[in-house]
Write a protein of this length. Structure first.
Length: 137
């Protein structure tokens, strides 16, 4: 680990794990018989957590991370399946799918220092390494 994020082999393992869980959530959702339009729309809802960045990076990171950790959707999924509530179970699967889609793509939980600084990478939306200017080596 360097600069607060995972590199090389451990990062790849976390991305493969994210891909496996992402695929599993899609399969499980297909077994519920719910609308794929709802899945597509609900898949984007957790990114509303980025709204906290309008206040500052610390609040943004806390809000973003609160909806991008796997524990809440897993607990919701278990509870709703135990109660045979397929509609809410579908939403929990969408939530979990979103989180693991992000992990698969290399996006992780945020640090309060910067939107770009996550536990899996320090990225720039425009393809440059975050924290470097074009004049940097």
């Amino acid at each position: 680990m360097q600069d607060g994020f995972v590199k090389t082999w451990p990062k790849m393992l976390l991305q493969v794990e994210g891909a496996c869980i992402f695929g599993s959530t899609i399969w499980a959702y297909s077994r519920l018989g719910q609308s794929w339009w709802i899945f597509a729309a609900a898949l984007l809802v957790p990114d509303l957590g980025m709204a906290g960045y309008l206040a500052n990076t610390s609040i943004g990171a806390v809000l973003y991370n609160s909806v991008h950790t796997e524990s809440p959707p897993i607990l919701l999924l278990c509870t709703t399946l135990a109660r045979n509530n397929k509609a809410v179970a579908g939403l929990a699967l969408c939530w979990l799918a979103h989180i693991d889609m992000d992990r698969m793509l290399g996006y992780g939980l945020k640090y309060g220092s910067s939107f770009n600084h996550t536990h899996l990478s320090n990225f720039d939306l425009f393809g440059k390494k975050a924290g470097k200017t074009s004049a940097s080596p």
